[in-house]
Design a protein. Structure first.
Length: 396
């Protein structure tokens, strides 16, 4: 039986790198993708040049500007990023049918049993890096290991433009060299808890039995940590493409209570989500609503339908109902958005029985608009252009 071999491919500073490729004069300059300085919103992604100034994703945009006023601040162009992502994923499919795309900028390849056909894993990883650069002008980092979890750690450890192999039998030694902060899934709260126990390194963590860890951290956290600190895959990544979420949000220039402004923001993000769903040829049944009040209190609500979502208008209607149930209609809102969770790829796009539903015409119109947008034509609902679109950011 062949030894398991997994590659994790991660596109380096993806959004910012696409912008630098499309606009060569930006290469070597700090590029920040997200909201515009002076507005509310956050950094969606940034180049490595910007990271040297302390800028990172999810940072408030005005904080990023204080750290890096000389940066180039650009809006998110999700359709372009998905176009490049598709090209890269199609290239990866040439190496294995067992491709597991985790997001727009990362994927796992199961290369178990392919050595005689493709050659040594390190050579395959090097070839993939070269072909991606030739096809898109972008760099990727590749981690190779006997399990998916370690492959992801390996690609993270050797960024950017990295290529790192963890040999079979070296799993525990590889993890022992990493700081606890590098263990994927170990967040700030968990790190703080471990520190109170006097655990600051992977080797110190290994000194605790699983029974002791259960007593301190609970069963789930104990089993997870006991596995990952020894290089054992905790089973985060199952077979096939993982379910994921699609969402968008608007941060308003000023806190609002105006219902028309809120509805326009919801409708706009609903369309963005639906077009993403069509682009991925996926299905989803759970609609989410997120809104944040002026005092930063944030609500996230969800509703699961008894059928696959069929149109942007359906997403909008469900999100609007959720807003009516939770919002008092008087407290100012600073951010609002909607999305889809438990998104799964499916065969043949949207299910045929949807065409017997009342959203049939809306769905056909949206499919047509989607095709026009793919050709670069800026088509959107008249309701979304008769007044100025709320300024803000959209999350990938």
């Amino acid at each position: 039986m062949s030894e398991p071999v997994f590659l994790h491919v991660d596109m380096d500073a993806f959004y910012a790198s696409v912008e630098q490729y499309d606009q060569p004069h930006l290469r070597g300059r700090p590029v920040i993708v997200g909201a515009q300085p002076g507005h509310r919103g956050v950094v969606s992604a940034c180049s490595y040049e910007a990271r040297r100034y302390g800028v990172h994703s999810a940072m408030p945009i005005n904080q990023a500007y204080r750290l890096c006023p000389q940066g180039v601040y650009l809006p998110v162009r999700m359709s372009r990023y998905h176009e490049v992502s598709r090209r890269i994923m199609n290239l990866l499919c040439e190496y294995t049918p067992a491709l597991q795309q985790m997001s727009v900028d990362e994927a796992f390849l199961d290369l178990s049993g392919t050595r005689r056909l493709l050659g040594p894993p390190l050579s395959v990883g090097s070839e993939i890096k070269r072909k991606v650069r030739e096809a898109t002008g972008l760099t990727i980092s590749v981690g190779i290991a006997p399990n998916r979890y370690l492959a992801k750690l390996a690609s993270d450890e050797d960024k950017p433009d990295g290529l790192l192999l963890v040999e079979p039998g070296q799993e525990a030694d590889f993890v022992a060299r990493l700081p606890l902060t590098s263990l994927w899934g170990v967040g700030r709260k968990m790190l703080a808890h471990l520190t109170t126990l006097g655990i600051t390194t992977v080797l110190q963590l290994r000194e605790y039995s699983i029974a002791e860890l259960r007593g301190y951290l609970g069963a789930a956290a104990a089993e997870y940590l006991y596995a990952v600190c020894r290089g054992v895959d905790p089973g985060l990544y199952g077979e096939g493409r993982a379910s994921h979420s699609i969402s968008g949000e608007h941060t308003f220039e000023h806190d609002v209570t105006n219902r028309d402004a809120l509805d326009r923001a919801l409708l706009d993000t609903a369309h963005s989500c639906m077009f993403r769903l069509m682009e991925e040829e996926s299905h989803a049944r759970t609609v989410t609503l997120k809104f944040r009040l002026a005092d930063f209190t944030t609500f996230t609500l969800r509703r699961t339908l008894d059928h696959d979502v069929s149109s942007a208008d359906e997403i909008y209607r469900v999100a609007r109902l959720l807003l009516n149930e939770k919002w008092d209609h008087t407290t100012p809102i600073r951010l609002i958005g909607c999305g889809l969770t438990n998104v799964h790829a499916g065969e043949g796009g949207l299910q045929p029985d949807l065409f017997e539903r009342t959203d049939e015409r809306r769905q056909k119109v949206e499919q047509a608009v989607y095709q026009l947008r793919r050709k670069g034509l800026g088509v959107k609902k008249a309701r979304l252009i008769d007044q100025q679109k709320p300024a803000g950011d959209q999350n990938p």
